[in-house]
Design a protein around this ligand. Structure first.
Ligand code: PAF
Length: 282
């Protein structure tokens, strides 16, 4: 397994694979790898001949009041996990390697970033697109895998790949959950024991709403409000809990046949932000 901090070395390796007509899969991460990431790596193995994982905690996608400094960094354990999961190259650059100069170009996200996490984390998707754009140009993958847990990120990155003509196919990896339903996330490590017991309530609310919708409820607004109150009573602070259109990520009041939807929520439990979602095709 190649482990490199260098853009040039990574590029050389990928060029060599491409000379051999091998298909390159890419899984971008911020490290602190868990089973969710490993399932994305597994999907990349299924669809490509060689797999590159990047590990980079991207400062551009954290606002000053967010957890950039305390974000878990686990270099040795991550490299071990990559090795065990047959990763062919790990790109683990320094901040200076990715951002050597002050940027003078800016990416602005319109439309798809207006709601959900984009509404409460200004600059977040701009930061994600900046780094993913750079990583695509560095790695030059044939396929890249993004997790469904960050569904808005998956949709926005897919759109960027189209608009910027990146020659890469974006794949969506499923959400991996703990036995009690909590979606795996590197940030779950922030939860206290008590918070960890409460945390699956978000998924339970989403599952309840999904059941009602699949059972024929087409205007779930009141049910959603009720679930919000229940979560608040348990100690959650709600950022959002709503039904969104898969296509444009706008909130939806009434479901229509033949459309795809996302039931999604973001909540705070103490200092920890949890997100989760369920896809519904009606
Ligand atoms: O999903 C993540 O871990 C990050 O947003 C990504 C895609 C690696 C960009 O920094």
């Amino acid at each position: 397994m190649l482990v490199t901090e260098s853009i040039d070395d990574l590029r050389e390796q990928v060029k060599e694979w491409k000379r051999q007509k091998l298909k390159v899969g890419f899984v971008p991460t911020m490290g602190a790898l868990h089973e969710g990431h490993l399932s994305l790596i597994e999907l990349a193995h299924k669809r490509a001949d060689r797999v590159v994982v990047s590990i980079f905690v991207n400062p551009e996608q954290f606002s000053p009041d967010e957890d950039y400094d305390s974000y878990p960094r686990k270099r040795e354990a991550d490299l071990e996990a990559c090795k065990e999961n047959r990763v062919d190259a790990v790109f683990i650059p320094s901040v200076a390697e990715i951002y050597p100069d002050e940027d003078f170009l800016e990416i602005r996200v319109k439309g798809l970033g207006d709601h959900m996490c984009g509404a409460s984390r200004p600059g977040f998707f701009e930061g994600v697109l900046l780094v993913v754009n750079k990583l695509f140009n560095i790695v030059n993958p044939d396929i890249a895998v993004f997790g469904q847990k960050d569904i808005q990120q998956y949709r926005i990155v897919s759109r960027m790949a189209e608009e910027f003509n990146h020659d890469v196919k974006i794949l969506k990896g499923e959400i991996i959950r703990a036995n009690d339903g909590l979606a795996l996330s590197s940030r779950n490590s922030y939860l206290s024991d008590e918070e960890r017991l409460l945390a699956p309530s978000l998924y339970r609310s989403l599952k309840y709403l999904e059941k009602q919708i699949r059972g024929g409820v087409s205007e779930p607004g009141l049910l959603i409000e009720h679930q919000k109150s229940e979560l608040e009573a348990k100690g959650f602070e709600i950022d959002y809990l709503d039904l969104f259109s898969f296509k444009d990520l706008k909130p939806v009041k009434k479901l229509e046949g033949g459309r795809e939807y996302i039931l999604a929520g973001a909540v705070y439990l103490g200092e920890t932000r949890l997100i989760d979602n369920i896809l519904i095709d009606n």
